[in-house]
Design a protein around this ligand. Structure first.
Ligand code: PEP
Ligand code: MG
Length: 885
């Protein structure tokens, strides 16, 4: 079996397609070598060697030793120098040993440089380069790196020796040390290793090499790497490759340099050569930030305020050569690259290339530009953008360069960023906002009563609740940043304090919310406004051409509906009418209705609500002119609307002409142990049909008016929480009777549809029966997930987190649809529904409608549309396009 693959000298045994075997870094080194770029020659030990090494607890496969020897011999020929040095040739080959897994794991594993140096080779290197200081400096760097990485001797042992030496000799900077100083220090370094390990420092280059290879393979299983893999969904099975490569030096004088560069600007996407370099330096000096790196090109130099000489100025020929490499790599990979290079005594070497990380803004610009440059087609451009990253463009974001004083971490429930003064009740939020203050509302959790306070807040945090908690859903709908489930902070509403990391904040203290990262910060962090460049529109246009799934929005306020339409929503898939009742002016009538003792009294209260609803529906239908609007009749358990403040109780009592005690008693009667499984949804209307009757009347009075004034509208009435056909049969009859009566009264003709939500397992199983009445289905996957798993959507967040950490669950089923269970029910429901009613229109309106992975599932399952919160509409459009490719 082949365990090693060589590259260099214009040839390579591997290619970029062999990523799994050679690792990302290795595969690209082979590729660059094969296309004739100047890459220091070397060889790759495959990831299979790693798998073998890990499984056998440190053994190597048979035949590896011979293959490594052969690969080194090849290297020696290309470089014309023997590994570890030959006094006869007067030359020495030194090696670097680096990890390189399939997916990049920056800084997680180990690297050894300058390998092959020993007491003899250092002299040969000194003679060969004519630079004794360089040779001894390289040797001591190697001893320290080998000691630390391979032998586990901590850096401080060496640093202490260096500091003592400097003190004794009145030296301050490393650069003050001469060749003789380094020569004097080396035995101390080597002595430290011998003292710490009890073994002599290996002088034999091959022994050094095998020890370094072992250390790099071993680093695959270190704690750091394991944690990184868990966080980034990288399999433990993959293993890392090891790349052994001839060393080249950027620190051999003023004709040497080293740098990192991007083939395009990674933050703006601009097609310009972008990078930094240092003269006479090693790679880590550029990254370490000890010296200020210089700009690569003249155009970058002009933009910078530092006026440091560019590479283009200092080494124009080498710059031109590097610029050619840049174009060659972009043409070859058809993508923006992130490269590392070294110039050793006037010769350019390319050390690494990989797809460059970029901001979403840059990703859009690069994708769109590359289509017009003919590098990729529009489908490839669509594939290149991660839909969920579009979020970054749709909300103001925190300036990534600004420092953060972090107070706590929770779930990134709704993206965006905001700062403001802390308040602890919705009432306080409204009072402060009225005075023109920006506020952040902190609650244990929010309830529908908090809506208006949430509305005036810039951001919301809750210590409880998950990604589909009330706060999360409402905040996403409002496009406001929200962090939920911040278990590490304590909110004390009575004392008006928030305690985090031992810090106690009071009402009015300034905090910043980063809803995208789920971070709460003390004080303010500056934000940057979203920008909708032409590239965004261009890409979304391409996406719309290829997608099959429709995209609608969950919206019930005019503001949300307008935002949704602006983002390209093709209608409203869910208007939750209960959200329309929380306005202070309306809730009093709602309470009268709920607390009324008989139908008569209930109808009096409903009549007061009717004009409000008519106005709401009129606005929604006209904003969505020409597009369907699905209006869901009342869904939540009634007790959510009940008063608990004494003043509110008094008001309702007065309005109903009863005593406060009566109100309190009636409220108690309405109490349920499991309200989510209780008297809600269509069950409300089976007991109190007049509620749906009023809502239907309001919809069709509004619709009739609009039709009369020449509008084209498509109202759809949706009945929630149906479990059995009989519920729908009765309620549909009520809706149709009421609607037709209104249309007849008004003398208007209008076609409309009555459908249902499928959000209970029984409804999915009974979909064939239900479809006899239902003219459309919309899967309510929030409730369907809750009821399929038997998991409370409001409380499960905290322990689901532990499930995920322990690996019991790979994802949050309230965020990404559980295809194996909930998804099965969606499939069954769709099939049975369509078997009964061919062509039945089927959508989804749970939170999953805005989740890219779930959208793929919806596409594959043949749904007609997804409906999501307004700010996720562009994400859904792009994800739907990717699903169709
Ligand atoms: C659902 O249950 O998925 C749904 C959309 O309805 P709600 O979130 O209002 O219960
Ligand atoms: Mg529901």
């Amino acid at each position: 079996q082949k365990w090693t693959y060589s590259f260099g000298g214009g040839a390579a045994e591997g290619r970029s397609t062999m990523r799994n075997l050679l690792g990302g870094k290795g595969a690209n080194l082979h590729e660059m070598s094969a296309i004739g770029l100047s890459v220091p020659p070397g060889f790759t030990l495959t990831t299979e060697v790693c798998t073998h090494f890990v499984a056998s607890k440190g053994d190597y496969p048979d035949g590896l030793n011979d293959q490594v020897n052969a690969a080194i011999a090849k290297l020696e020929t290309i470089m014309g120098a023997p590994f570890g040095g030959g006094a006869d040739e007067g030359k020495v080959l030194l090696l670097s040993v680096r990890s390189g897994a399939r997916a990049s794991m920056p800084g997680m594993m180990d690297t050894v440089l300058n390998l092959g140096l020993n007491d003899e080779a250092v002299e040969i290197l000194a003679a060969e380069t004519g630079d004794g200081r360089f040779a001894y400096d390289s040797y001591r760097r190697f001893v320290q790196m080998f000691g630390d990485v391979v032998l586990g001797v901590d850096h401080y042992h060496f640093e202490d020796l260096l500091e003592d030496y400097k003190l004794d000799h009145a030296l301050t900077l490393d650069t003050d040390l001469t060749v003789d100083d380094w020569k004097a220090l080396l035995p101390k370094y080597i002595g430290a290793i011998e003292k710490q390990t009890g073994n002599p420092f290996p002088q034999d280059p091959r022994q050094q090499l095998w020890a370094a290879i072992g250390a790099v393979f071993h680093s695959w299983t270190n704690k750091r790497a394991q944690t990184y893999r868990m966080l980034h969904d990288i399999s433990d099975e993959w293993g890392t490759a090891v790349n052994v490569q001839a060393m080249v030096f950027g620190n051999m004088g003023d004709d040497s340099a080293t740098g990192v560069c991007f083939t395009r600007n990674p933050s703006t996407g601009e097609n310009m050569f972008y990078g930094e370099y240092l003269v006479n330096a090693q790679g880590e000096d550029v990254v370490a930030g000890i010296r200020t790196p210089q700009p690569l090109s003249n155009s970058e130099k002009e933009r910078s305020s530092l006026h440091l000489p560019s590479l283009e100025e200092l080494m124009p020929k080498l710059y031109a050569e590097l610029d050619d490499v840049r174009h060659a790599l972009e043409r070859h990979y058809s993508d923006m690259q992130d490269m590392e290079f070294t110039i050793q005594k006037g010769k350019l070497w390319i050390l690494q290339t990989r797809g460059g990380k970029r901001t979403t803004k840059a990703a859009l610009k690069i994708a769109v530009d590359m289509v017009s440059e003919g590098l990729i087609d529009s489908n490839e451009a669509i594939r290149r953008i991660e839909p969920s990253h579009l979020d970054q463009l749709l909300h103001p974001t925190l300036d990534p360069k600004a420092p953060r004083d972090i107070l706590g971490q929770g779930l990134p429930a709704s993206p965006g960023a905001a700062f403001g003064k802390l308040v602890f009740t919705a009432k306080a939020a409204e009072e402060w906002a009225e005075r023109g203050e920006a506020v952040i509302l902190a609650r244990v959790e929010t309830s529908p009563e908090d809506i208006s306070g949430m509305h005036v807040s810039k951001g919301i945090i809750t210590t409880r609740g998950g990604m589909t908690s009330h706060a999360a859903v409402v905040a996403r709908g409002m496009g406001k940043p929200c962090i939920s489930g911040m278990g590490d902070i304590t909110v004390n509403v009575k004392d008006k304090t928030l305690t985090a990391m031992g810090v106690v904040l009071k009402e009015g203290d300034l905090v910043t919310v980063d809803g995208s990262a789920g971070q709460l910060m003390r004080g303010t962090v500056p934000t940057v406004e979203p920008e909708f460049s032409g590239d965004f529109g261009t890409l979304m246009g391409w996406a719309d051409q290829v997608r099959r799934l429709g995209v609608r929005a969950n919206a019930e306020t005019p503001t949300d509906a307008k935002v949704a339409r602006g983002f390209g929503a093709q209608g409203i898939g869910l208007a939750r009418t209960e959200h329309m009742f929380f306005d202070p002016e309306r809730i009093i009538h709602m309470r009268e209705m709920i607390l009324a003792s008989d139908e008569q009294a209930r109808r009096v209260a409903l009549d007061k609500l009717l004009p409000y609803q008519r106005q709401d529906f009129s606005q929604l239908l006209s904003i969505m002119e020409g597009l369907p609007v699905t209006i869901r009749l009342l869904d939540p358990p009634l007790h959510e609307f009940l008063p608990d403040q004494p003043a509110d109780i008094e008001n309702v009592a007065k309005a109903l002409g009863v005593s406060a005690e009566d109100i309190i008693r009636r409220s108690k009667d309405l109490h349920e142990f499991n309200p989510m499984l209780g008297h809600r949804g269509c069950r409300l209307a089976i007991t109190y049909p007049e509620i749906y009757e009023m809502q239907t009347r309001a919809i069709f009075e509004a619709a009739a008016d609009l039709v009369k004034s020449g509008h084209t509208i498509y109202p759809e009435v949706m009945i929630p929480l149906v479990a059995d056909r009989e519920e729908l049969t009765r309620l549909k009859a009520l809706v149709v009777k009421t609607a037709d009566a209104v249309l007849a009264e008004q003398g208007v003709e209008l076609s409309y549809h009555v459908g249902t939500m499928i959000e209970l397992p029984r409804a999915a199983l009974q979909a064939g029966e239900i479809a006899k009445d239902a003219e459309f289905f919309s899967f309510g996957t929030n409730d369907l997930t809750q009821t399929t798993y038997g998991l409370s959507r409001d409380d499960a967040g905290r322990f689901l987190q532990i499930y995920r950490e322990k690996g019991v669950m790979q994802f949050d089923p309230f965020v990404t649809i559980d295809q194996a269970g909930v998804g099965e029910l969606v499939k069954i429901g769709t099939e049975r529904g369509r078997a009964e009613r061919p062509g039945l229109k089927v959508g989804i309106c749970g939170e999953h409608g805005g989740d890219p992975a779930s959208i793929h599932f919806c596409h594959d399952t043949g749904l007609d549309y997804v409906s999501c919160s307004p700010y996720r509409v562009p994400i859904a459009r792009l994800a739907a396009a990717q699903a169709a490719l």
